[in-house]
Design a protein around this ligand. Structure first.
Ligand code: CA
Length: 354
């Protein structure tokens, strides 16, 4: 009898232990699932917040400012010459940092895509001067320059110091092919032979800018002298005297027009193409990022679905919410500045920016 009682106790303890293990496992998996759902929800929310930031940036681009310059912090600001005046007046900007919206916040930065060198159209001399302005040695400049040309040209014949699929890219540990066509996004430069993370992203020990800030794959092949950086002016072949002339003159007020001595060099004082880097923040942390390139242009009324004008929007110029794909989205302010619109030229989502 005593033995049987001992056995029963042992069986009960065994069952209880097993039950404990099962319950612990169940609780653990439930918690894991809950945290996965929360993480998914946060990144989804952050994605929409980043999109909202791009919409607000487009609202700024659609505003009346047609002269674009940099403020004391290097942020893009919009100017307009008031009727009857000669000097540009600065327009107030919308908040761009940690703007609360719903359950989160967004932050964005607008930069002038037309303050950059177009890698698709730049001559190799221009690219060489740009790389020299970044402090690169001759040998590195020759490799990068020739490889960019090889990357873009349709043939598969490597030039001296260049690189093509068969002789270089397909032999890498993670092989890929050269595009043999126009560069679609400046991020593609990272795939090109010789372009290191430091050359592309800048910073590092030197604190220099990188190609990401100095080059574009789109734009209009004009350069805004109010926003252009010194390395780009060097790439354009300007003398040091001309460069300090520009950078000193624009400090107080932006150029209202291109001065005669700089005429015919492809300069402007206002831009149409802008890069928007937008972060969606949940609980103070960036959880999603969108990098979009938007271009201000004359809207095509026929592309505009009927009824758009009936949308209620703020008097300052609302953005029409659109169900279309972002790549083909056309936005304009109904009623105000009726012949202007904004087209999204490129849209890249970065899943985990932190
Ligand atoms: Ca090629």
């Amino acid at each position: 009898m005593k033995n049987q009682g001992g056995f029963a106790l042992l069986a009960v303890m065994l069952v209880l232990t097993l039950l404990g293990v099962v319950v612990t496992e169940f609780v653990f998996s439930m918690r894991l699932e809950a945290s996965m759902v929360r993480s998914y929800k946060d990144s989804l929310l952050a994605g929409y917040l980043a999109e909202a930031a791009v919409q607000q940036a487009m609202r700024e681009v659609l505003g009346p400012g047609d002269i674009h310059a940099l403020d004391e912090n290097g942020d893009l600001v919009f100017y307009r010459i008031p009727a009857g005046a000669t000097q540009p007046a600065r327009l107030s900007a919308l908040p761009r940092l940690r703007v609360p919206l719903g359950a989160g916040e967004f932050t964005y930065r607008i930069t002038d895509e037309e303050s950059r060198i177009n890698v698709n159209t730049a001559t190799s001399d221009r690219v060489d001067r740009l790389l020299a302005a970044l402090g690169l040695e001759k040998r590195d400049r020759e490799i990068i320059n020739a490889s960019i040309q090889d990357w873009k040209d349709p043939d598969s014949l490597s030039r001296l110091n260049g690189a093509e699929s068969e002789d270089y890219y397909l032999r890498l540990p993670l092989p890929y092919r050269a595009r043999n066509g126009q560069i679609q996004d400046v991020r593609e430069l990272l795939q090109i032979r010789g372009v290191t993370r430091e050359v592309y992203g800048g910073g590092g020990t030197t604190g220099r800018p990188g190609l990401v800030d100095l080059t574009t794959a789109v734009g209009r092949d004009t350069v805004n002298m109010n926003t252009v950086a010194v390395p780009v002016l060097k790439a354009l072949g300007l003398s040091n005297a001309e460069i300090s002339d520009i950078t000193q003159a624009r400090v107080r007020d932006p150029y209202p027009a291109v001065p005669g001595r700089f005429a015919g060099k492809g300069f402007t004082v206002g831009s149409a193409t802008f890069r928007v880097e937008a972060d969606g923040l949940v609980a103070g942390q960036p959880r999603a990022r969108v990098v979009a390139i938007v271009q201000r242009r004359a809207a095509v009324p026929s592309a505009w679905p009927g009824g758009a004008g009936r949308l209620t929007s703020p008097a300052s110029g609302g953005i029409r919410p659109s169900a279309q794909r972002p790549f083909s989205r056309l936005v304009r302010t109904p009623g105000a500045s009726s012949d202007l619109g904004v087209v999204i030229l490129s849209w890249r989502e970065v899943a985990d920016p932190s």
